[in-house]
Design a binder for this molecule. Structure first.
Ligand SMILES: *[C@@H]1O[C@H](CO)[C@@H](O)[C@H](O)[C@H]1NC(C)=O
Ligand SMILES: *[C@@H]1O[C@H](CO)[C@@H](O)[C@H](O)[C@H]1NC(C)=O
Ligand SMILES: *[C@@H]1O[C@H](CO)[C@@H](O)[C@H](O)[C@H]1NC(C)=O
Ligand SMILES: *[C@@H]1O[C@H](CO)[C@@H](O)[C@H](O)[C@H]1NC(C)=O
Length: 488
């Protein structure tokens, strides 16, 4: 089932491309090249003329193998998509949102998807593939991929003054073939099929002048054991098996080769669990080097590569992948203050001043190491969002945490999460301050990417609902609390 699904999707892409670009059945082996060089053409087959674009782009990232494809696309001058506008990562500020819960499911972002499986033991995409009839699951997934993020979201993101999206994707969605890796290509038990939706999103991003950070969010064996890696487990094995790591590098190479011309930044891996010990940390370190090499070699020097601090703090990565030995590397730092009693204990004011504490340390790191971005942060100050800690798991905040409540109850979750119709005026005022302070920290370095654009029932985590509810301004440079960190 899984294995049959893959070639079908690939073939579909190839057929559309060959039809659009050459009108002939020529060269199936050029298929991948064409996806790469054609700046991703994946409009619906019913309208094959739309979205076909120039292969003579000046984009230096589209460097290899263009000549044969160009010569076979006489219509390439009638491009309907604008040429990419380069983003100046050294000086322009990344202002972005994550497209969370789309191509990688998270129970708390879309609880209804998990409820609709009718099986409480389905807690992530791994168990979805294991425990549900695969045709039924694929139907649900296709419906979700079609509806959770659409072109309208890209329009709204652009209208909100944002210039980037970060798109999480799981390794199982990347259609490696046996010529791309000497490791396994089987996605089992995961259900593949998200790749064409990613290609559509890259098209929309280009069309609406949004830059893309493509974020490998789930690696084989799981890099952290979180449900958002695809598999919730106490025993992630990504780093303990070198075939898993090799496959991850091969996946990144495939991404860079095939869609490197359509993404600005390839993030090698989200939230690798460097805290699991020295062995893990050492594997992560070597993986950053190997992944950097693979992406640069496959996509050319123009592409940017993002690594993460692996929960070790940015200062664990001084003089690492820095210029001139490496080029165009970004550091991703995530800022949350909700996953321990210590943090949940903080008052609103304490949350703001604690955030201000990052201002100095991050900018100091950024000034002598890597361009640094707060690639995930939110407005939440509780862990109250339903299933935030995992499907079926409660919250530390109100003492419903599983497997047992922590020693402390901080309060009721009512009106801290869910619909903002229940949020108090004080809370919304705070949400605006907290949004501003974190934006301020990001603007002080190379930028920020809010987690996340949409969530079904957790408005404190939703950029979209923040705009609607008024605690996020339509113009992200607008400030009610200028110099918010100066006084504290
Ligand atoms: C697979 O192994 C062969 C033989 O060692 C090697 O030439 C090739 O580069 C490997 N492929 C990948 C993708 O690592
Ligand atoms: C990752 O490593 C584990 C542990 O060795 C192995 O059982 C598993 O098959 C690997 N996962 C994948 C997807 O290759
Ligand atoms: C949180 O605050 C309470 C009340 O001041 C205190 O008793 C408790 O020790 C604090 N918890 C942590 C983890 O700091
Ligand atoms: C939560 O908000 C709703 C709607 O404003 C309100 O009716 C309700 O009393 C609030 N509940 C609590 C516990 O504050």
């Amino acid at each position: 089932m899984h294995l049959r699904q893959l070639p079908f999707n690939l073939l579909l892409i190839c057929q559309i491309l060959i039809f659009v670009l050459t009108g002939s059945s020529e060269a199936r082996q050029q298929c991948r090249l064409q996806v790469h060089n054609a700046q991703a053409v994946l409009e619906p087959p019913t309208n094959p003329g739309t979205g076909a674009t120039s292969t003579t782009s000046s984009d230096s990232m589209v460097a290899t193998g263009t000549s044969s494809t160009s010569s076979s696309t006489p219509s390439s001058t009638s491009s309907s998509l604008p040429a990419p506008t380069p983003f100046n990562y050294g000086s322009d500020k990344i202002r972005g949102v994550n497209l969370g819960g789309w191509l990688v499911l998270e129970p708390w972002i879309t609880p209804s998807f998990f409820e609709n499986t009718g099986n409480d033991n389905i807690v992530d995409e791994f168990t979805l593939g294991q425990l549900m009839d695969n045709d039924a699951a694929l139907n649900m997934l296709n419906n979700h991929w079609n509806t959770w993020i659409t072109e309208d979201d890209f329009k709204a993101i652009q209208a909100a003054g944002l210039n980037h999206v970060r798109i999480p994707v799981g390794y199982w969605s990347v259609p490696l073939t046996s010529s791309d890796t000497n490791t396994s290509t089987s996605p089992a038990p995961y259900i593949p099929g998200a790749w064409p939706y990613l290609l559509k999103a890259l098209n929309w991003a280009r069309k609406h002048s949004i830059h893309v950070i493509l974020d490998l969010h789930g690696a084989p064996g799981s890099q952290n054991g979180y449900d958002n890696s695809g598999q919730r487990t106490d025993n992630p094995v990504w780093a303990v098996n070198s075939a898993n790591v090799t496959r991850t590098v091969d996946t990144l190479r495939f991404i860079a080769e095939n869609i490197g011309g359509m993404v600005d930044v390839v993030e090698l891996l989200n939230e690798a669990a460097g805290f699991r010990g020295d062995d893990w940390a050492a594997v992560v370190r070597q993986f950053w080097l190997d992944g950097y090499g693979a992406v640069k070699q496959a996509a050319g020097q123009g592409i940017k590569v993002m690594i993460g601090d692996a929960f070790l703090g940015v200062n664990s990565w001084t003089n690492f992948l820095t210029h001139p030995g490496a080029q165009d590397v970004l550091m991703d730092f995530h800022e949350y203050q909700i996953f321990s009693d210590l943090e949940l204990n903080r008052s609103f004011d304490d949350h703001v001043s604690f955030a201000c504490g990052y201002m100095q340390s991050l900018s100091s790191y950024a000034s002598s190491n890597l361009w640094t971005v707060v690639g995930e942060w939110s407005n939440a100050v509780t862990d109250c969002a339903q299933w935030l800690n995992g499907r079926g798991v409660g919250a530390r905040w109100d003492g419903t945490w599983f497997p047992g409540p922590t020693s402390q109850v901080h309060g009721s979750c009512t009106n801290f999460t869910g619909s903002y119709q229940g949020f108090s005026g004080d809370y919304k005022t705070f949400l605006r301050r907290y949004w501003e302070v974190q934006v301020e920290i990001g603007e002080n370095i190379q930028g920020w990417v809010f987690w996340t654009w949409k969530a079904e029932n957790a408005d404190e985590w939703s950029y979209q609902k923040g705009l609607e509810g008024g605690w996020i301004p339509q113009d992200p440079t607008n400030r009610l609390y200028p110099n918010i960190c100066s006084g504290s």
